[in-house]
Design a binder for this molecule. Structure first.
Ligand code: 5RP
Length: 220
């Protein structure tokens, strides 16, 4: 296992301490979360079940025998656990590298606490070096791309990729996001945009960060 994977595995293991018996757990998507699901397997009979943010997470949970619940059947999700592509000092995030941003944002919004798990390569001063993923209705692709250029971003169509919601992704390069909440709100207003991969209005409540020196907690 390479160093990056070792750090992802370490932070995923640390997140297990935040799982409480009988909880419903919201579960994100990505390679860090995949490690977390592996560590969750031995606890599968202690939790009430999991709400999955993507079909791939759902498949992995089911393969491990972890009960998957429909969000519509759940009224209380005490904790949502997910990775991120970038994290700033205010625990605001860029997410969607795996293309699951819409369901991730829904479950994060529906959960009491959002615990984000990352390795130290994801920590930044200013969000935007990682291309900002935006899920878009297919027929609005060119229009939304033209609107985004007005924000000095360079949108690139993630060709060949279709989201779990049958939409496309534009990855927006060259943004320096000084006001994440404002940008999130404004981009959300463009007709055809389904979800912006900025998690600023609903940021993480706590971030666990792993480095070569171990795992630390960042709190709001
Ligand atoms: C998926 C995401 C992931 O959380 C993000 O891309 C980080 O992934 P990884 O844990 O593989 O580095 O937002 O849509």
């Amino acid at each position: 296992m390479n160093n990056s994977d070792s750090k992802k595995q370490a932070v995923a293991r640390a997140a297990i301490d935040f799982v409480e018996y009988d909880d419903v757990i919201g579960i994100g998507t990505g390679s860090t979360v995949d490690f977390f699901i592996d560590f969750l397997k031995p606890l599968k009979n202690k939790i009430s079940g999991a709400v999955a943010s993507s079909l791939s997470t759902q498949q992995k949970l089911e393969a491990h025998g972890i009960r998957v619940l429909d969000l519509n059947d759940v009224s209380d999700i005490p904790i949502y656990i997910d990775g991120a592509d970038e994290v700033n000092n205010n625990l605001q995030l860029i997410k969607g590298g795996g293309g699951a941003l819409t369901r991730e944002k829904i479950i994060a919004g529906a959960s009491k606490k959002f615990l984000c798990i990352v390795d130290d390569s994801k920590i930044v001063d200013i969000l935007g070096k990682f291309p900002l993923p935006i899920e878009v209705l297919p027929m609005a692709r060119s229009y939304v791309a033209r609107e985004i250029i007005k924000y000095k971003g360079m949108p690139v169509w993630r060709e060949g990729f279709i989201t779990d919601n049958s939409n496309i992704i534009l990855d927006v390069n060259h943004l320096e996001i000084m006001e994440p909440i404002t940008l999130e709100k404004e981009l959300n207003q463009i007709p055809g945009v389904v979800t912006v991969g900025l998690f600023a209005e609903r940021e993480a409540d706590k971030v666990l960060v792993s480095s070569d020196n171990g795992v630390i907690e960042l709190n709001k």
